[in-house]
Design a protein around this ligand. Sequence first.
Ligand code: AMP
Ligand code: MG
Length: 352
Amino acid sequence: MSNTIFEKIDSLNPLLDIVALKKAANILKNDGLVAFPTETVYGLGANALKEEAVKKIYIAKGRPSDNPLIVHIAKKDDIYPLVDSVPKNALILMDKFWPGTLTIILKKSSIIPKTTSGGLDTVAIRMPKNNIALALIKECGFPLAAPSANTSTKPSPTLASHVYKDLNGKIDMIIDGGSCNFGIESTVVEVLDNKVTILRPGSITKEMLEKFVDNVVIDSSILSTNVNLLPKSPGMKYKHYAPLGDVFIINGNIDNIVSYILDSLKNDKINNIKSLVIASDETIDNYSSFDVLNIGSRKNIEIIAKNLFNTLRECDNLNMQKIYIESFSEEGVGLAVMNRLKKASDYKIIEV
Ligand code: AMP
Ligand code: MG
């Protein structure tokens, strides 16, 4: 493939840019690939119901074929043709959290190709809360399979420029709709026989789900530090979110963390290794004589989540070989932040 079309669309009122929107929909109707913003991260869209279209997503991203895609719909009722049935708890969650950052996995119907579901007999579905995404799906008239619009293993894209860097020349079009509100992928829950299991943590937490449904369980692989425990969500077993440099998470009390990182940065300087620290508002002043990126205040984990992938990508722009990051509490959205960081670091966690 050669020229990737790049167009801006107004995120408040996408219909102001109806020409660009129709151009994107036409590409998708012809089984092409279009990257578009959602409130989580940028998605790489294709017709979820067409095997030929969906296959192109796996090729462009270099994504393993057993890693299923999330199917995006524009209104709640669009779920019915895609699934076998909708259990009561799924209905409750759709009602409370859609449109929004919750992906629900149910038994699939026969119109979902196995390529979309990564060979599984279940399908992941989400109704996003982003005007451009919703307008585009409506304009197409079919659901869009849309994994994160990055090269597999790289940090997910939260800006159109991230998509451009990874996929320019490999896809048909990129829609620039500004930065993603949440900046971290959706919470993925499986709802089978009314049992709700979190397969991937996100900005909707277990506590938020438990306000509306009973017996919410977190898949054991998310909480475990045993890297060999096979996750229930196929995508969670792959290398992910990783910059080129080695990422180290430093965990412990904050004074020990700072002094360990300072020692490491000093040693790296002596050994001519390019390294930096990803620090928070609260600790950044300690590192003034070294390369440092600020990820935000520890008092606002949502902002840290929003800055996370951009900060990891910035490490590549700076050609860093080693990246030290202070760990965060796993409470609330912290569980999702630490889940992404553990994967980015390939579980290199140093206790101090
Ligand atoms: P991405 O769209 O790149 O954020 O990845 C989608 C995530 O949802 C991956 O971790 C997938 O493994 C997971 N997922 C999608 N469909 C299913 C499914 N049917 N069963 C389990 N996990 C799924
Ligand atoms: Mg992804």
